[in-house]
Design a binder for this molecule. Structure first.
Ligand code: HEC
Length: 135
C-alpha cells in the first residue's frame, strides 16, 4: 500500500516536472547543488544526452539504435546499487573509454570546470533509478 502510494507520488511528480527533467522531484535533491547548476544541467541533458540516453535515461534515445552498444537503462536497480557517483561523474567528463566502456559515450571536457553541473547530472541520473518511468 505504502509502496504503491509512493509510486503514485513519484509518477505525479514526474508529470509535474514537465516530463523531461527528473531532478524536479524534491526527494531527489541535494541542498549542496544550486538551482542555477540544476538548470544548466537540465539543458546539458536535453542538448547532449537525450539523443542517446532518452528523455528518462532508459537508453532509448533516437541515436541509440545506431550505436551498436546500447546505453544502459539508468533505472536498473542493480546498476544503481553498484555504480559510484564518482564513476558516473568521470564517464560524463572524460567519456566511456577511460573506464573501459565504449568510446561512443563522448566526454564533456568543458564540464571539468563546472563540477556543480556534473554533480547535478549525477543527481538526475540517480533520480532516474528512484522514479518509475512514465508510461
Ligand atoms: C552518442 C551517444 C551518446 C551521448 C550523446 C551520450 N552518451 Fe552516455 N553513453 C553512451 C553509450 C553507448 C554508453 C554505454 C557504453 C558502454 O556500455 O560501453 C553510455 C554510457 C554512459 C554512462 C555510464 C553508464 C555505465 O554503464 O556506467 C553514463 C553515466 C552516461 N553515459 C551519461 C551520459 C550523459 C550525462 C550524457 C550527456 C552529457 C551522455 N551520456 C551522452 C552513449 C551516449
Amino acid at each position: 500500500m505504502l509502496a504503491q502510494w509512493k509510486r503514485t507520488i513519484g509518477a505525479a511528480c514526474l508529470g509535474l516536472a514537465g516530463v523531461v527533467w527528473l531532478g524536479g522531484c524534491p526527494s531527489a535533491r541535494s541542498p549542496a547543488i544550486s538551482p542555477e547548476a540544476r538548470a544548466r544541467a537540465e539543458s546539458v541533458w536535453r542538448e547532449r544526452c537525450i539523443s542517446c540516453h532518452g528523455a528518462f535515461g532508459r537508453g532509448d534515445g533516437l541515436g541509440s539504435r545506431f550505436l551498436g552498444v546500447a546505453p544502459r537503462d539508468f533505472g536498473h536497480p542493480g546498476w544503481q546499487a553498484t555504480v559510484t557517483d564518482d564513476r558516473i561523474a568521470r564517464v560524463i567528463v572524460d567519456g566511456g573509454a577511460v573506464v573501459g566502456l565504449s568510446p561512443l559515450m563522448p566526454g564533456n571536457a568543458d564540464l571539468q570546470s563546472e563540477p556543480e553541473v556534473v554533480a547535478a547530472l549525477v543527481e538526475a541520473i540517480r533520480a532516474m533509478g528512484r522514479e518509475p518511468a512514465p508510461r
